[in-house]
Design a protein around this ligand. Sequence first.
Ligand code: AMP
Length: 249
Amino acid sequence: MKVLVAVKRVVDFNVKIRVKADKTGVETANVKMSMNPFDEIGIEEAVRLKEKGTASEIIAVSMGPQGAQETIRTALAMGADRGIHVLTDAELQPLAVAKLLKAIIDKEKPRLVILGKQAIDDDCNQTGQMLAALLGWPQGTFASKVTPTADTAEVTREVDGGLETVELKLPAVITTDLRLNEPRYASLPNIMKAKKKPIEQIAPDALGVDPAPRLVTLKVEEPPKRKSGVKVKDVVDLVDKLKNEAKVI
Ligand code: AMP
């Protein structure tokens, strides 16, 4: 089966985030960028399915400025077969990404589409769900185990109360959770091989999608600095402070 994985380029998870001076967003100039960690898990899962003989071809799709190509190259070095880059400098919100992915999926007809449960930059946790709705396909979100057969996929989901196992009819959309797998590092020979793998570049209008944002960001602010704590003498003192100072009981 053909598997399509969405991979987003985001600020590396190790980078200390800085808010721009004009509060319009987060500073991305001269900042290390990497593949969204949940999308690395998505690629890893697809590669494992290919190694088992379940997946026949893996397509990595990324949307954004020229730099998104690097993220696709990383996916190719991990084992994806080819890439599709939707080139745009416009701000892409989840609905626009879902519509663009749908247009690609209508053309490519994969049986399984894997996204991260959330992108660590916007923390939206929306794209996979919106995509499944637009396609009219079943969805298995927050997957910690995926077992596809010819016509179905059994997905174990991480929910608040524990684990839930659902069976989806293929084609379906799956979003990855942290414990699905541990992504591999790309080996040097595979990084070299990835340079020769094809990446198709498309513009959003060629897909018939207007990616214009529907939401306006009013301002982005650093979280308030945490105040230092105080030591209480005893339980009576603690209860008094909770009641009269913090006013929480
Ligand atoms: P979000 O709904 O923004 O939290 O993103 C959830 C998932 O959607 C990500 O983990 C990616 O798999 C996918 N996604 C979001 N934005 C993009 C993008 N610009 N390019 C490729 N995939 C994306």
